[in-house]
Write a protein that binds this ligand. Structure first.
Ligand SMILES: O=C(O)c1cc(=O)[nH]c(=O)n1[C@@H]1O[C@H](COP(=O)(O)O)[C@@H](O)[C@H]1O
Length: 246
C-alpha cells in the first residue's frame, strides 16, 4: 500500500517490550513506514539509552516516555540527560507543578547549551501528562481524591503546562477539543487510549478509534498493543493508516 507520510509520522508506536531483542524485531517488521517510535519505562529500564540511540541512528523520531515526576532539581537533571540523548519528545507529569515543569525546561536548555547532543542538538518537544487514559472518573474521585470530572482535571493540568512553558500534553482523545480551545491550536496533543474498532480495550478507560482521534484534531496518536500484539504488526499498522486516510 502507499503510506501517506504525514499520517504515518503522526502515529507513535509504543514499544512496550521486556527487552531490546523483541523491540528490535518489531521495529524491523515496520521498516520503511516513517512512524514515530515511543520508548517507555519497560524497555528503557531494560535496554537503556543505547536502544534510543540506535533508533535515532536508523532515522526514527523518538518519544521517550518516562513520565518524570520528582522534585524540581531531580527532574531538571533527568531532562538534561534525556535531551543529551537527542530524543525528539519526552514527558513529565503536570501534577508535579509549575516549578517542576519549569525546571525540566531549564534542564533542556542546559543540555543544549552544553552541546554534545546525540542527534545534533534538536530541541525536544516537552509534554505534560495530564490524567492517565486508564483513569476513570470513579478512580479519580474516590481513589486519587480529585473532585470533579476528568475533563476538568485534564484542562486544569493543560493550562498549567502551558503556563509553565511546555509544548503540549498527553491526554485522551476525548479531551482534545477542549484542550485546543483552552490552550490554542498550536499546543500539541499526544493521545494514547487508541483502539481500532473491535480491538480489546484492556486497561485503558477513555478510548477512541484512530480515525476518530484525528477527527478531534489531535496531533499524534500513541498505539501499542493493537499493533505490537497483532499476529502481523505491519498489517495492523497499515490498516490503521488506511482507516485514517479514509
Ligand atoms: O504517556 C503516555 O504515552 C501514556 C499516557 C497515558 O495517559 N496513557 C497511556 O496509555 N500512555 C502510554 O501509551 C501506550 C498505550 O499502549 P496501548 O494501550 O497498548 O495502546 C502505553 O505505552 C502507555 O504507557
Amino acid at each position: 500500500m502507499t503510506v501517506q507520510t504525514n499520517v504515518a509520522e503522526r502515529i507513535m508506536v509504543a514499544l512496550d517490550f521486556a527487552e531490546a531483542g523483541e523491540a528490535r524485531k518489531l521495529v524491523e517488521s515496520l521498516k520503511g513506514i516513517p512512524c514515530y517510535m515511543k520508548v517507555g519505562m519497560q524497555l528503557f529500564y531494560s535496554a537503556g539509552p543505547q536502544f534510543v540511540l540506535d533508533l535515532k541512528e536508523q532515522g526514527y523520531k523518538v518519544f521517550l516516555d518516562l513520565k518524570m515526576h520528582d522534585i524540581p532539581n531531580t527532574v531538571k537533571g533527568g531532562s538534561e540527560s534525556v535531551t543529551r540523548l537527542g530524543v525528539d519528545m519526552f514527558n513529565i507529569h503536570a501534577a508535579g507543578g509549575k516549578g517542576m515543569m519549569e525546571a525540566a525546561l531549564e534542564g533542556v536548555d542546559k543540555a543544549l547549551a552544553g552541546g554534545g547532543i546525540a542527534n545534533g542538538g534538536v530541541k525536544p518537544i516537552v509534554i505534560g501528562v495530564t490524567q492517565l487514559t486508564s483513569t476513570s472518573r470513579t478512580v479519580m474521585n474516590d481513589e486519587i481524591g480529585l473532585a470533579g470530572t476528568v475533563e476538568d482535571a485534564v484542562i486544569r493540568y493543560a493550562k498549567l503546562a502551558l503556563a509553565s512553558g511546555l509544548n503540549g500534553v498527553v491526554a485522551s482523545p476525548l479531551e482534545v477539543t477542549q484542550i485546543k480551545a483552552a490552550c490554542g491550536s498550536g499546543f500539541v496533543t499526544v493521545t494514547p487510549g487508541i483502539r481500532p474498532a473491535g480491538s480489546a480495550i484492556g486497561d485503558q478507560s477513555r478510548v477512541m478509534t484512530p480515525a476518530e482521534a484525528f477527527a478531534q484534531g489531535t496531533d499524534y496518536v500513541v498505539i501499542g498493543r493493537p499493533i505490537t500484539a497483532a499476529d502481523n504488526p505491519r498489517t495492523a499498522l497499515e490498516q490503521i493508516i488506511e482507516s485514517i486516510q479514509q
